[in-house]
Design a protein around this ligand. Sequence first.
Ligand code: ATP
Ligand code: MG
Length: 306
Amino acid sequence: MKILCLGNQKGGVSKSTASLNIAYSLANTYDQKVLLVDCDSQGSSSLNLGIPIDSEDIHTLDKILEPVVLNKVQGFSWEAVKQCIYTPTYQDRERDPDNKMNWIQVSKPFGFDAIPSNLYLSVVELQMGVVGGASRRGIYQHYLKDLLDVIEANSDYDYVVMDTAPSLSSMTINALSAARDGVIVVSNTDIMSIRGVGSFIESTETVQEMNPNHRGILGILLSLYSERRTVDRSIEEWVKEFLPIPTFDTRIPETSDVKKANSSMLLVSQINKKMKKAFDDVTYEIMYAVEHPSEPIGSAKHVGGE
Ligand SMILES: Nc1ncnc2c1ncn2[C@@H]1O[C@H](COP(=O)(O)OP(=O)(O)OP(=O)(O)O)[C@@H](O)[C@H]1O
Ligand SMILES: [Mg+2]
């Protein structure tokens, strides 16, 4: 099971859009069995998948984390964890009799599963810091990793993709720590967003040092990009020259179809061919990087050449 995480402490840079569409591409173009984990209490990616996160019947990520964080139970059980895994699908599809509550009705299925989140995750994040951070320095960052270990032992997912919040909160640190196969930094071409990337890189490096066999950052994915804007091209050059991480060759274009898709509970890859191609291309780059750890990624391939 390969575990990836997308992040940037800057908000609104397309982290959720990229997480969802990369999960979609892995599942539909590359035939991988995928689990998306929404690690953001805003719940944007869960909502985008049509999961009614504020309903009491929905088992969101906080519900599985809280008893463990508060030491009410010893570790995660598969019985409890599987209640949080949802499969958005057609209403009339034959239901799994053992897993009835976990079918979510959507108009166009996405082909991957998800663990949703809601606002209560922010309370659990505080508990993590208080209970784990103070008394057992460093241990609090392993809750998500432990949860994914249970999933790995009991399921056959090929990829886990984690969407994170725009902060370096306990939950984001947990996700960075669990993402042993690589972290993807998502950024738009706004200089303010790029400036924040430096501290995100440093935090990921710290997490990597504490987790042997962690792949660290794979690269930066530029989003909301327009070839026609001179400033986008110059910021891309700046990023390639000055950031200490590779830039993926694929850039995700800016299009109003993202908002259009969101408003119909769809993903932009389902309604826009150019966007589907861009996400398929970057997903290919990511899969290649994951499977060939010794080869250079994106802009790093061209260093010293040409
Ligand atoms: N490629 C794109 N083209 C145009 N609009 C986009 C694109 N990607 C994302 N958006 C829009 O930008 C906004 C932020 O996108 P998204 O929610 O994916 O960002 P985020 O980084 O996850 O935000 P947050 O930090 O709040 O979690 C949304 O309104 C979305 O519709
Ligand atoms: Mg988001």
